[in-house]
Design a protein around this ligand. Structure first.
Ligand code: AMP
Length: 280
């Protein structure tokens, strides 16, 4: 496994892979890697010859007052975990390598980046699109792997790939959860024991929403059930609990799968989770 910090080095390494006829899989991350991230790395290893994992805490996707400075970083541990998981390249650029002084161009997620999660984090999805577009251009992957955990990110990036004609396929991997249902997240590191117990309310809320839909309830009732669970939980402040269409994040479309999405603050962490519901 090669650990590279410059765009040039990565490009050179990958041109060797391409010359050998190898396919390239890209897994973009912000590090502090857990089993959720590693599931993407393994999925990439199953489907492509050379797996590139980027670790970059992207300043563009954090708003003022968010946790950019505090975001957990564990370079040494991450490199070891990626070696064990079978990555071929780790790309670890500094902030100046990705965004040198004088940079000006950004990629806008458009309307899809302004609703639901985007309404609470203005500019977040533009920051995601800008860094991911750069990573696509740098690595030139055949396949790029993302987690369902960040459902709106998936919708935004699939849209970007289609709208801007990136010659690659986006693969979405299932959300990896702790045994008690808590979705794995680097931000779970912020929680102490009782806050971690409070955080279980997010998954409980999603299950309550699913139960309403299973019983034939409408989307508003499902949202109501999710909000009620979150409101009843101690130490949890709800940002939103919504039933949306998984592609547009607008209202669900009759006969199509419904995505239930929640975001809430628990202690110092802002957590998101989602479940896709498909009627039989
Ligand atoms: P992050 O480092 O949080 O930016 O995440 C990097 C990638 O890992 C994104 O595609 C996330 O959706 C994915 N990811 C994060 N947590 C999980 C999880 N619990 N299960 C599956 N994928 C995840």
């Amino acid at each position: 496994m090669k650990v590279l910090r410059s765009i040039d080095e990565l490009r050179k390494g990958l041109s060797g892979e391409r010359a050998a006829g190898h396919t390239i899989g890209l897994v973009p991350t912000m590090g502090a890697l857990h089993e959720g991230h590693l599931s993407l790395v393994r999925a990439a290893g199953d489907r492509t010859d050379a797996v590139v994992v980027s670790i970059f805490v992207n300043p563009l996707q954090f708003g003022p007052g968010e946790d950019y400075a505090a975001y957990p970083r564990d370079e040494e541990g991450d490199v070891k975990r990626l070696d064990d998981a079978g990555a071929s390249f780790v790309f670890l650029p500094g902030a100046d390598e990705m965004f040198p002084p004088g940079r000006s161009t950004t990629v806008s997620a458009g309307r899809l980046g302004e609703i639901v999660e985007g309404a609470h984090r203005p500019g977040h999805f533009d920051g995601v699109c800008t860094v991911v577009a750069k990573l696509f251009n740098i690595a030139g992957p055949h396949l790029a792997f993302f987690g369902q955990k960040d459902a709106q990110q998936v919708a935004v990036l699939k849209r970007m790939v289609e709208d801007l004609d990136f010659p690659l396929e986006v693969l979405v991997c299932p959300t990896v959860r702790e045994p008690d249902g808590l979705a794995m997240s680097s931000r779970n590191d912020y929680l102490h024991d009782s806050q971690r117990a409070d955080a279980l309310a997010l998954y409980r809320a999603l299950r309550a929403g699913v139960a309403v839909l299973e019983e034939g309830g409408d989307h508003a009732s499902a949202e109501g059930a999710m909000k009620a669970v979150l409101a009843a939980a101690g130490g949890v402040t709800t940002d939103y609990a919504r039933a949306v269409d998984p592609g547009s994040f607008g209202p669900p479309v009759a006969g199509n799968p419904v995505l239930l999405v929640v975001a809430a603050r628990v202690g110092p962490a802002r957590l998101i989770d989602n479940v896709l519901w498909e009627s039989e």
